[in-house]
Design a binder for this molecule. Structure first.
Ligand code: ZN
Length: 260
């Protein structure tokens, strides 16, 4: 069986990403992933410095698919300067996706107007270049939907989806794909588990969101090799075989990332 981790982060906050021991750390992570059948790993940068690392790693490790963007947590009054650097990366490398971007209204100290402007800029770039875009959204579904209507993008990946199932049909019309992470393994995550069963099969994705959200029983930090636990939980909730989830989510992710 083969698995496609549709969203994660591989950065080591304490290390120099270009150092030899960093290459070794990533070699071990990708080896353990390959042993678990995880043969494609989408790695997201959340700011210009991380974006540079992600591009570097994707050149070293062919199974790593790079995405670069400005995460809403890192939006500041000079977000346009950061976006310009990221835009240059995206234009220079045709295999790069866009994100993660999005809206997080739980973080009250981050200006909402600037978050929205940054999101719109990412969406417009995705639309112009026909690239996939990864979205983080917390307590902002209403505004997100309004912005997506005004700034449609060709493939919008709602990562670690935790929205209400009732939103799914409308988000499908906005070219949405829905990616689920380790939270689906938690029996108390009732809303997430309801959403898993409501997503159309051709819009379903799985991810680890490493290093966060280890599946139940997996130690922190999370890593792509743990994706099989997410796949198992999704298969059980949808009442289908693990094999079917493996193939379906592989095909769906391949379709999205064939754009980049
Ligand atoms: Zn993320």
């Amino acid at each position: 069986m083969r698995f496609f981790d549709a969203h994660c982060h591989l950065n080591n906050p304490s290390g120099d990403s270009f150092a030899a021991d960093e290459t070794l750390r990533l070699a071990k992570i990708t080896e353990r992933a390959a042993a678990a059948g995880v043969n494609r790993i989408v790695c997201c940068g959340t700011n210009p410095a991380e974006g540079k690392n992600v591009l570097h790693w994707s050149e070293q490790f062919p199974q790593i698919i790079p995405m670069v963007g400005l995460h809403p947590w890192f939006v500041t009054s000079h977000w346009q300067d950061d976006f310009q650097v990221l835009e240059e990366m995206v234009r220079r490398f045709p295999a790069v996706g866009i994100g993660e971007t999005g809206l997080d209204f739980q973080k009250r100290f981050i200006n909402r107007t600037e978050q929205e402007a940054s999101l719109a800029a990412h969406l417009d770039l995705a639309s112009e270049l026909n690239r996939p875009v990864a979205i983080h959204v917390v307590q902002a579904w209403g505004r997100l939907i309004e912005i997506l209507r005004r700034h449609p993008a060709p493939a919008v990946l709602f990562h670690a989806f935790s929205g209400p199932a009732a939103l799914i049909p409308g988000l499908v019309k906005l070219n949405g794909w829905f990616s689920f992470c380790g939270s689906v393994t938690n029996p108390r995550a009732i809303r997430v588990r309801a959403a898993v069963t409501a997503v159309p099969a051709d819009r379903l994705l799985i991810e680890t969101d490493s290093p966060d959200f280890p599946p139940l029983g997996c130690p922190a930090p999370n890593e792509p090799a743990n994706l099989i636990q997410v796949a198992r939980a999704v298969a059980t909730l949808r009442g289908v075989s693990l094999d079917e989830i493996s193939e379906r989510t592989w095909d769906n992710a391949s379709e999205i990332f064939s754009r980049s």
